[in-house]
Every structure is written in C-alpha cells, then in structure tokens.
Ligand binder design. Structure first.
Ligand code: COA
Length: 263
C-alpha cells in the first residue's frame, strides 16, 4: 500500500492533487533523516500512482515551510557521515526536481537551509506574504548541501546566489518575488488555494506534454543549448505520435475542450 507508515509528513490527495505537508511544527518542520526518507517514499509512491497528477509541498503549523535540515542531527556529523548526508539529500531532492508531474512549493513561512533547497527543487514556488527564504548554512560553518549552491546559482545567477549564500541573509516574500526566487506572492490565507488552482490548470494540459516540458527544461539546463534543442526536438517528435497530441489538435479544430488520456 502506498503512503503508509509516515510519521513526519502528511499526505492528502484531493482530486488528483497530492498535498504533502512536512509536519514537525515543534521544530519548524526541520528535515531530519527520517523526514527526508519519508519525502522520498511519498514521491516514489506518487510517481506510479495514476490517481495523482500533481504535488503541492507545504509546511505544517503557522510559522514555517521548513526551517532547514535538523541541526540536532547535523551537529553529530563527521566528514564521512556529513558527505553521505549531503549526497542522500541531493539524491532525494533530485528525485523531486525530476518528478514527471508538476511539483509546486507552497511556502507558508520560513524556508531556510534545507527547506529553501527543497523549495528550489520544486518546479514552481508560490510564497505567502509571511514567507522568509534563505540559506543560513554559513552561520553554522557549513555550506548548503542539498543542491542549494547549484540550484540557487542556476535560478538567480551567480552574483545574487553568492550574495545570499555568503551573507546568509533571509529575503522576505516581496524581495524573493522581485529577484525571481519565487514565482508569486499571495496572502497566507490564499496560499493553498492559489497553489491548488495552478496545479489544476496544469492538470488540464496534456500530461505527456507536461512531463516532456519538465524533462526538457531540467535536462536542457545541464546541456549545451544545441544538445538541449536536440532533446527538445526529440521529445516534440515523440509527442507528435501520441494520442494526446491528436486529441489536442482535434479539440482545437472542433472548438471543444481536449480530453487528454496520457497516451
Ligand atoms: N533544526 C532543529 N531544530 C530547529 C530548527 C532546525 N533547523 N529550526 C528551528 N528549530 C527548533 C528550535 O530549536 C526551537 O526548538 P525549542 O522550542 O525546543 O527551543 C523550535 O524549533 C522553534 O524555533 P525558534 O528558534 O524558537 O523560533 P523563532 O521564531 O525564534 O526563530 C528561526 C525561527 C527559523 C529564525 C530559527 O528557528 C532558526 O534560525 N532556525 C535555524 C535555521 C537554520 O539555520 N537552518 C539551516 C539548517 S542547515
């Protein structure tokens, strides 16, 4: 059975949208190893779950999305276990980034350290006006270790990423939107409805095309542009042979809404 034995995260599926809530509010949803493994299990189960078309990731309680990796655990790491922790976190967040269905972060408060890195791995970030986002690792004498140095620089550019990492400054929601760290800011009370509306809009698109777009953008960013364009053309060609593409074109020509089947 899917989504079983979860202690630190909650899963709710509402009409094809899975809401994954990181739920350790007493420690502001800090990511200990168990929580990371539970996140991994949910994404693994949801990947094969045909009743799920999109995922929203958010934080439990009033204050935080996720206030980072669990510092109680981090304090005990040595050079070997520290490297292993970083590599495991990188692997899990790369599974989030490469998830074939849209993943939206609904950032409902502090998104710091590993929490910021989790949000960076999501495809789209929507923040509440109460959100504060940052990479405070250097205040602890470490560096971001769950892909944050790489994803922040790719998202914001080298200069802004280095500013945020080196100063450990937290940015408030409006500044996060201005610099492109989040896609949109809404009042806290509207956060989940906004994320859900966006997920539902994407669910109306052809699911194979959604999947191909995520793959083209993610993989393309790791390639030379010519190689990325080759990948794009290959995916484009594959989609042209799908039933969904025929349905999408026919629906337009027949002036009706497309009924995509993901085939
Ligand atoms: N790991 C473990 N515990 C954490 C945590 C983390 N990353 N972030 C917060 N907590 C715990 C606090 O220790 C505190 O526990 P306590 O009630 O037993 O004392 C509880 O969560 C509430 O946090 P508190 O610091 O009292 O809340 P605040 O509103 O005063 O401050 C923050 C909020 C987010 C600014 C502050 O908690 C903070 O700086 N957290 C660490 C952020 C960080 O460095 N993350 C990167 C880790 S790599």
């Amino acid at each position: 059975m899917a989504y079983e034995n979860l202690e630190n995260v909650k899963v709710e599926i509402r009409e094809r949208v899975l809401v994954l809530t990181i739920d350790r509010p007493k420690v502001l949803n800090a990511l200990n190893a168990q929580t990371m493994e539970e996140i991994h299990r949910v994404f693994t189960d949801a990947r094969d779950d045909e009743s799920v078309g999109a995922v929203i990731v958010t934080g439990g309680g009033e204050k935080a999305f996720v206030a980072g990796a669990d510092i109680n655990e981090l304090a005990k790491k040595n050079s070997i276990t520290g490297k292993e922790t970083s590599e495991r976190g990188q692997y899990i967040l790369s599974r989030v980034e490469r998830f074939p269905k849209p993943v939206i972060a609904a950032i409902n408060g502090f998104a710091l350290g590993g929490g910021c890195e989790l949000a960076l791995a999501c495809h789209i970030r929507i923040a509440s006006d109460t959100a504060q986002i940052g990479l405070p690792e250097l205040t602890l004498g470490i560096i971001p270790g769950y892909g944050g140095t790489q994803r922040m620089a790719r998202l914001l550019g080298k200069g802004k990423a280095l500013e945020l990492i080196l100063t450990s400054d937290r940015v408030k929601a409006d500044e996060a939107e201005r610099i492109g760290l989040v896609n949109r800011v809404v009042p806290l009370a509207e956060l989940m409805a906004t994320a859900e509306a966006m997920a539902r809009k994407i669910l109306e698109r052809g699911p194979l095309a959604v999947r191909a777009s995520i793959e083209a953008v993610n993989s393309g960013l790791d390639m030379a542009q010519a190689d990325g364009e080759f990948l794009e053309a290959t995916l484009f060609g594959l989609l042209c042979a799908s039933e969904d593409t025929k349905e999408g074109m026919n629906a337009f020509l027949e002036k009706r809404k497309a009924n995509f089947q993901g085939k």
